[in-house]
Ligand binder design. Structure first.
Ligand code: NAP
Ligand code: MG
Length: 401
């Protein structure tokens, strides 16, 4: 049989450390033997980012805008230790942050469900996808430690010099104050990405804030979501048979715990920070979590939710055996290839991605898994495989399909 053909290149963003090792194994064993792979390759490994003064990251983001779909390997975000390790010219910014800013996108994270790795919330039959607004609020705050009695005021000065002024509090003693903000532009992009992704994956979208208490700030989020929905998505949602549901954040939390899953939960920045940790830890591990960045105009970048697994990489460098879980990285490839297939009308390619995902899950369900999964599985008969043998076991299942 001939290999599956592609028409448009996929933007391929290579990365660092253990995930870079897995990247090559996945391509060699699970992709290249079956697909006549067309990619535009960008090396986002830290060494090359440093050589190009990080221009390669921006170039890869531009290519993603041009072609519409990218697949990204995990990358190092430099810190002080990395400055020495890689002899860096500068402490380059997080590539994920750079790409997210360039695409103005929102990240959607979904646990990968497999028999034998059960969520601790028993009624979550289907995965819950979490979308976190990644701009502003308490993450871009200004704070003052109030030393003693005095008046705290909130002041906005327009470009025309006009002032809006409100009293926050008349302090009689020491305390604290905090100023936070968000922009209509960012909230609108967030809303559009959420509605577009709900439509794309045919799932209901939930959004929640505390608008009963925050009658201006949170209410603005609620209003913008409603406006975007009414103007651009209402008809499409009705046609697809899916729902947009707004409620209060505390009500949303209570409902989520009792739900069957299978929904997209859009969260403000802080809620998303907290709730994504809750959903992901209830479902196993970051190695069993997909992550996709979606821009408001429908550009997609698929990746794994975990980092470069540095500790395993150092073992690998010493020639020791590793048992690193490649599932999230495999699903980044299948997600991206499926999207490419959908956009280019390549049925064979779409079918292949379904098969590869099934082969991966079947491998785990048959008891063959990496060490991290063996520690949390409910299966009895388990064989722990090393990084390479796990991928080879998946290939065997894939070929038999
Ligand atoms: P990490 O790569 O997520 O790994 C932390 C620990 O989680 C590992 O040591 C391992 O635990 C476990 N783990 C994560 N992924 C695993 C997998 N696929 N299979 C098995 N175990 C897995 O985080 P890190 O080591 O703290 O960070 C390393 C680098 O990743 C940092 O430079 C950071 O900047 C970067 N990072 C990148 C991204 C991204 O590109 N999206 C995201 C986060 C972090 P055990 O050691 O106990 O086995
Ligand atoms: Mg967090």
């Amino acid at each position: 049989m001939g290999k599956i053909k592609m028409t448009t290149p996929l933007v391929e963003m290579d990365g660092d450390e253990m995930t870079r090792i897995l990247w090559k194994m996945i391509k060699d064993e699970l992709i290249l033997p079956f697909i006549d792979l067309k990619t535009e390759y960008y090396d986002l490994g830290l060494k090359y980012r440093n050589e190009t003064d990080d221009k390669v990251t921006l170039d890869s983001a531009e290519a993603t805008k041009k072609y519409g779909v990218a697949v990204k390997c995990a990358t190092i975000t430099p810190n002080a230790a990395r400055m020495n390790e890689y002899d860096l010219k500068e402490m380059w910014k997080s590539p994920n942050g750079t790409i997210r800013a360039a695409l103005d996108g929102t990240v959607f994270r979904t646990p990968i469900k497999v028999k034998g790795i059960e969520p601790c919330v028993k009624n979550w039959e289907k995965p819950i996808t979490l979308a976190r607004h990644a701009y502003g609020d308490v993450y871009k705050n200004t704070e003052i430690k109030v030393p003693g009695a005095g008046r705290a005021e909130l002041v906005f000065t327009g470009v025309d010099g006009k002032e809006i002024r409100k009293t926050i509090h008349e302090f009689t003693g020491s305390g604290v104050i905090q100023g936070i903000h968000n922009t209509d532009k960012s909230i609108t992009s967030f809303a559009k990405s959420c509605f577009a992704y709900a439509l794309d994956t045919k799932q209901d979208l939930w959004f929640a804030t505390k608008d009963t208490i925050s009658k201006v700030y949170d209410h603005n989020f609620k209003d913008i979501f409603q406006e975007v929905y009414d103007n651009e998505f209402k008809d499409k949602f009705e046609e697809a048979g899916i729902e947009y549901f707004y409620t209060l954040i505390d009500d949303a939390v209570a409902r989520i715990m009792r739900s069957k899953g299978g929904i997209i939960w859009a969260c403000k920045n802080y809620d998303g920070d907290v709730m994504s940790d809750m959903v992901s830890s209830a479902c196993g591990s970051l190695a069993m979590m997909t992550s996709v960045l979606v821009s408001p105009d429908g550009v997609y970048e698929y990746e794994a939710a975990h980092g470069t697994v540095q500790r395993h990489y150092y073992k690998h460098l010493k020639g020791e055996e590793t048992s690193t879980n490649s599932v999230a990285t495999i699903f980044a490839w299948t997600g991206a290839l499926r999207k490419r297939g959908e956009l280019d009308n390549l049925l064979e390619l779409i079918e292949f991605t379904d098969k590869l995902e099934n082969a991966t899950l079947k491998t785990i369900e048959s008891g063959k898994m990496t060490k991290d999964l063996s520690l949390m599985t409910t299966l009895d008969d388990v064989t722990i495989l090393n990084s390479e043998d796990f991928i080879k076991a998946i290939r065997q299942n894939l070929e038999s399909m």
